[in-house]
Design a protein around this ligand. Sequence first.
Ligand SMILES: [Zn+2]
Length: 318
Amino acid sequence: MAADYLVLDLEWNQPVDPAAPQLQNLKTTLNGEIIQIGAVTLNAKGKITGTYTWLVRPTFLRQMHYHVRSLTGLTMQKVKKGILFAEANRQLAALCSPETLLLTWGPDDIHILRQNLLLHNLENWVGEWCDLQRVYAQQMGATGQTSLQSAMEALHIQADRPAHDALNDAWFTALIAQKLDLKLGLEQYRDYVRLQEKKKLARAKRRQKHPLAGKTGTGYAHRGDAFQDPQLGRMRCPSCKHPLKQTSWFKLDKHRFVAMGVCPQHGRFIGQIRLTRSPQEEKWQGKRWIYAASPERLAQFEAVRQKKSARQRVKKGG
Ligand SMILES: [Zn+2]
């Protein structure tokens, strides 16, 4: 029978040289190659039903990072005796059903697992998971990221075996899980994830709404002079200052004009110029902003550009 909960802990090796040529053409960045997997299964009541550990033979990294070696005690010689990742993964996945909730201490293990699945061209079987570190913080009133060791001390769990071993850390995490309200914790965690997604969306929206760059120009005798002024009419990338390859300025309404610009590195941007007449000197002045090319702004720009070309076709035809 598949586990109701599976506590997962991974140990991974890190590249000594992330710029090494053999790491460049992989399917994704390799932040860590899994070398040891620890798993503890629990039933719905939180009772431990099994413990599992796998030593994984590396595929990508040929050298053990000294930091990983000193932390875990694992050497290349040792992990080479392990089984291939695909096989360890198959056995791990077999413990789970789609309803099994994965529990980890912190978010890193799941990210590394997904990354390794992708690197090995294996199916991403990871369903819903819950970061117990987050649940612990919420239920114990802790702030920031509590280490496994500190959480164990606070909950009076004895460290009766060495840490930084995948199974031992999974075991300790399982003991912590038993002291927390898992049902409530999952609800809290889901709320937390929803909130983070909302915040992310709001941040993206804010970035799209607010201009990324602005410029002003004054003293134009004719309106058209504003577009000839390179300070106003020519846009540069807000990220790298590279001159944008841009369209001409199209009239949006009485006072506003829009153009699209492209940076070879940072993609498309929408520029907007607003022209007003300065009453004192009877001259035109302009303000220009550059915005992220949101779908709304792109659609607005395309509509204006198409209207203009339709007008031109009518003129030529008539
Ligand atoms: Zn750029």
